[in-house]
Design a protein around this ligand. Structure first.
Ligand code: FES
Length: 167
């Protein structure tokens, strides 16, 4: 009789120990899963050079800047966001375009093309830039930054922005 009671208690104890190990196993799996995902699928840290179609080359007039708006994807770890941005694009010669970043190199204001004066004008502190992006007056310390750009199959493709190093 005493032996049967001890066997029953021992069986219950073994069941409780198994249940506790089971719960610990679930907790370990719940905590380990994010770490496993992180190790197996690391965040994207390499920048992928991306060419974005901004418009048709034949829509541009020769040496007349046009502001083209396009969307650019930004990769931050696992997160990909799409930003609307623009470029001032000039067809310098047939088959050759130049694309300027839309911010003034002084303090980052948006500038525009002044058709009458044939120059880019920043309204914030009146810096002016020539058609090739060089500073012609004002406090801007350097020429307009440029996007890499090319024409393929009649489309204007915009790449990464490159900081200008000269005035
Ligand atoms: S931000 Fe353009 S001149 Fe100052």
């Amino acid at each position: 009789m005493l032996q049967a009671t001890e066997e029953k208690a021992s069986g219950r104890r073994a069941l409780l120990v198994s249940a506790i190990y089971g719960v610990w196993g679930l907790v370990a799996a719940a905590l380990g899963a994010p770490a496993a995902v992180y190790l197996l699928f690391p965040p994207r840290t390499k920048k992928v050079e991306e060419w974005i179609e901004a418009g048709r080359a034949d829509s541009l007039r020769l040496r007349v800047p046009e502001e083209l708006v396009f969307r650019r994807n930004r990769v931050d770890g696992w997160k990909v966001t799409s930003d609307k941005t623009s470029a001032w694009v000039v067809k310098m010669a047939p088959g050759h375009v130049v694309a300027f970043a839309p911010q003034c190199t002084h303090l980052g204001c948006a500038y525009h093309w002044d058709e009458q004066k044939q120059q880019f004008l920043c309204p914030c502190h009146t810096s002016t830039f020539s058609l090739d992006g060089s500073v012609t007056s004002g406090p801007a310390p350097r020429a307009l930054d440029r996007f890499e750009s090319r024409i393929a199959d009649g489309k204007i493709l915009i790449g990464a922005v490159r900081r200008s190093g000269h005035a």
